[in-house]
Design a protein around this ligand. Sequence first.
Ligand code: MIC
Ligand code: SF4
Length: 754
Amino acid sequence: MVFDLDLIKKTYSEMPAKVDAARTALGRPLTLAEKILYSHLWNGVGITDFERGKAYVDFAPDRVAMQDATAQMALLQFDTTGRKKVAVPSTVHCDHLIVAKDESKSDLKKAVTENEEVYEFLSSISNKYGIGFWKPGAGIIHQVVLENYAFPGGMMIGTDSHTVNAGGLGMVAIGVGGADACDVMAGLSWELLMPKLIGVKLTGKLSGWASPKDVILKVAGILTVKGGTNAIVEYFGEGATNMSCTGKGTICNMGAEIGATTSTFGYDESMARYLRSTGRADVAEAADAVKSYLTGDAEVYANPEKYFDKVIEINLSELEPHLNGPFTPDLATPISQMKEAAAKNNWPTKVEVGLIGSCTNSSYEDISRAVSLAKQVAEKGLKTKAEFTITPGSELVRYTIERDGFLDTFAQIGATVFANACGPCIGMWDRMGAEKQERNTIVHSFNRNFAKRADGNPNTLAFVASPEIVTALAIAGDLTFNPLTDTLINEKGEAVKLDPPSGDELPTRGFDVEDAGYQAPAEDGSGVQINVKPDSKRLQLLYPFAAWEGTDLKGLKLLIKAKGKCTTDHISMAGPWLKFRGHLDNISNNMLIGAQNFFNEKTDNVKNQLTGEYGTVPSTQRAYKAANVGTIVIGDENYGEGSSREHAAMEPRHLGVKVVMVKSFARIHETNLKKQGMLALTFANKEDYNKIQEDDNIDVVGLTSFTPGQSLHVILNHADGSSETIEANHSYNAQQIDWFKAGGALNVIRANSK
Ligand code: MIC
Ligand code: SF4
């Protein structure tokens, strides 16, 4: 469907002049990322060569997207701003709250009943404020956005880290916390640290078993989970133009897994084809008219080293399929090395379940290629060894693949089709037997594989691969099966080889759908009432957080020194907790329960310094809060990696944690902490992490002269009476310091709208 065509046309009519002006001001050719950023500067921001990785810049995104698990908090915040309508086109997508258990129809029905209160709230608040609403069952936010809203050269933000998926259609699309979305919907500018630029040159052409997923699995192996932090990854080269638009989407989607601000591709014929086949020929035509502005300048791509901060080159003709995991998406193993890696690491090699789909990999192309393997099961007399599931990304895709007979073929290999929703990708998988916590292996085509992420079982080892490889491994039931070289023994005892996958980029008969699941908002929503019951367990209206006391923070108790990986899943777990995403006090009961305590290596077990007893993190923090004692959380590298969920920042804020001090932060989480009025600090010397002791009383000094670019000091008062002073860095700019002083960004907006 085409939405907001006028907005797209307006963007294109203004783009040439803005890009030309930027090129002149900077005196050099521009990358695509720069073209999009500079043409979306907030009105009044002068063009200068903003220092990458240093300068904070105000932007004017074209649109906002929110999914149900984060939209609740975003819209509860928006509701307190006093605005009548959203200032930019915005949408809400109901996808995260649907549990995958039996099959799509009954699972969806159950979700609609269980989440009625939340869906009703989201539907009516969307209706009131002019927000497009996609009902449960319509699909996963990023697929629905790609199919309906994304446009080359556009800029959007979304309350989900995989918003970056829209880079597949040439956007700069960035994942943010709800408070950022709230600002943009309220008509304010959106601030971003000017990203560094990483160029990825793709040469050659994919063939055989290799797929776009393998490009990003390889890039993740090269850059690691933090290698893309504060950078935009721009893909270019003949390999990029040779690839489908949805394949580009997959690559951009998983850019979140390397911490990249976003990833993008220049406009090309594959994008035009995708726009036309999804009913947006008008957009393709408008884009064609300004196409040189929708890709990087030729000089840039000819001499990438001169214009990007870092350049990586990948030859697609030589690319091997990869399996990344377990427990982290950057542990990349080329499929030919899996036998060795599995033996060395003692990974269980029996594949229990293969899961395809999700927002990352459920395009028509993905499914048609996977189906070409499923077909071979009957043709070659094989039997599928593992369980197999499909989570389509949208109703448009589901309806079309059903029409084209793909679902029937999958049914023949015993597949279960789950609802068009996140399901197993986000722990909403009611997997039979998971509670036994047995060590086992699964393979999936999703993007994340942190511990407990899929089924809640910490002993499930999840490997991420392309849908094709997942299907082949599910058929073989073996993690070490290499379909490029190995054979399988069929029912007749013959050794057979799987033919490489093949499929269609787009449906030859076009896409089809009966009911896409969209609800347009009321023209005038002023009369719509929003009801939040005071005794609701799922929704709670927000209260403003208290302003900064105006003094240094003295006598903070150490709540937890987290050891090693501490993602947003460790800080605010998803799965069963998703149901409390609209209720700050209830969801706070999961605060940091997944983080490992450095001192006893246990999760959810910390010392209460007031009593000397050990208890859960949330209950210990509540005890400090009741005693009016502030606390500090200490973390390791890339703290807050993963999701955009601002609950990971709001929970500590609500429960009285004052400071989070870590070796390094993931971008979105750091901003979320700042937005909620928390103090987010980093160790100036990373080794100082080792100085923090369990019984420390900690002071943060220098706050009365809190200034951008100037470090603060932290005094560690140890239990033996000694003390040490360490240096703490911060990245607050003047505006962010105002948020801290006011007790949160929302308090600043509210004060300004009075
Ligand atoms: C995820 O993939 O982790 C999620 C669930 O989509 C999150 C959003 C959330 O926590 O609600 C994300 O990536 O931002
Ligand atoms: Fe949903 Fe998973 Fe995609 Fe996040 S990554 S939006 S949980 S399907």
